[in-house]
Design a protein around this ligand. Structure first.
Ligand code: SF4
Length: 314
């Protein structure tokens, strides 16, 4: 007999690693295998301390800028993408570099370049200071792209020619917030050019749909992810908006404040695109030590996206 209280857990699916994160981690692992340690990595390869610590133990050295890397060791650029000046500088120094930019971020870079070539003024919907935004803006000369963070920004923006503007977006935004910003832009500028296909990536879209499904009616939602991971932070917001009484981001099971669970009967669990599944398993094990868990997986989409590795490590 057990006297542990019962807790119903709805597990969001898809959750956790996306194809871009999986590829970026593999690139560092394979670079270490092929070239030996140390391999330098500019910026956290993905926004997850657990992943970074594991790669560090294997011989990866994480740096903020290229000038911290010696010329004679390989350097990997993170999944978020880098401004063009970074690979240009690596080439000038004759360094071996491997670009782990997610192909879906590169797609946005190409779109922005295409708009620029055709003479359009470009708006980037995204969050100031996020490495992906810095990387995307850095595909074009300074001042060419305008950052739009909110509906208010969209309402205030004054283009040179309202009939000759285009927008692109960060890949990890809130689907709903972005739809509001796009609607505000399209209302003011009916001829604004939009991406051929959504810039918000499949992984962000699916994880938000899944957390919506588990958030509705939940007493609490726990999202495993890092505070600097844009898509993880969005999952917490989406869960609360979907009706969860409350939602928290935790990097690992040890960060759970057990008072959050007081009175909770229905718990939702998800993980951001840079959080490994073993952290979700740890969290479920920690819960299972205190509760009798009734776990149900709520699957809203199947994912089978795999990206090819770059030739330097393939
Ligand atoms: S969240 Fe999307 S854009 Fe970012 S790495 Fe994953 S698949 Fe690529």
């Amino acid at each position: 007999m057990t006297d542990k209280p019962v807790l119903t857990v709805q597990l969001a699916s898809p959750r956790g690693f996306c194809a871009g994160v999986d590829r970026a981690i593999q690139i560092v692992e394979k670079a270490l295998e092929r070239y030996g340690a140390p391999v330098f990595v500019r910026h956290e390869i993905v926004h997850n301390k657990h992943v970074v610590n594991r790669l560090e133990a294997m011989g990866a050295v994480f740096v903020k800028e290229l000038d911290e890397c010696p010329d004679d060791r390989p350097v990997v650029f993170s999944a978020h993408g880098v401004p063009q000046r970074v690979p240009a500088e690596a080439a000038r120094r004759d360094m071996l570099y491997v670009d782990a930019t997610c192909p879906l971020v590169s797609k946005v870079h190409v779109e922005a370049q295409r708009h620029h070539k055709s003479g359009q003024e470009i708006l980037l919907i995204g969050h100031a200071g996020h490495p992906e935004v810095i990387g995307t803006m850095g595909q074009l000369p300074d001042g060419v792209m305008h950052l739009i963070e909110t509906v208010e920004d969209a309402e205030r923006f004054e283009p040179n020619d309202p009939d000759n503007i285009a927008f692109v977006t960060q890949t990890t935004l809130s689907v709903d917030d972005t739809a509001d910003i796009v609607a505000a832009l399209q209302k003011r500028f009916p001829n604004i050019a939009a991406p051929h296909k959504e810039d918000i990536c499949y992984a962000t879209t699916n994880r938000q749909a899944a957390v919506k499904a588990i958030g509705e009616g939940a007493d609490l939602v726990l999202v495993v992810g890092a505070p600097n991971s844009s898509n993880s932070v969005r999952l917490v917001e989406v869960a609360e908006r979907a009706g969860a009484k409350t939602a928290h981001l935790v990097q690992k099971a040890e960060e759970i404040d057990w008072s959050w669970l007081d009175g909770v009967e229905r718990l939702g669990v998800s993980a951001g695109a840079s959080a490994p599944e073993e952290l979700v398993e740890d969290l479920l094990s920690a819960l299972a030590r205190r509760y009798t868990l009734h776990i149900r997986e709520v699957r809203v989409a199947e994912e089978n996206v795999v990206f090819k590795l770059p030739k330097e490590v393939a």
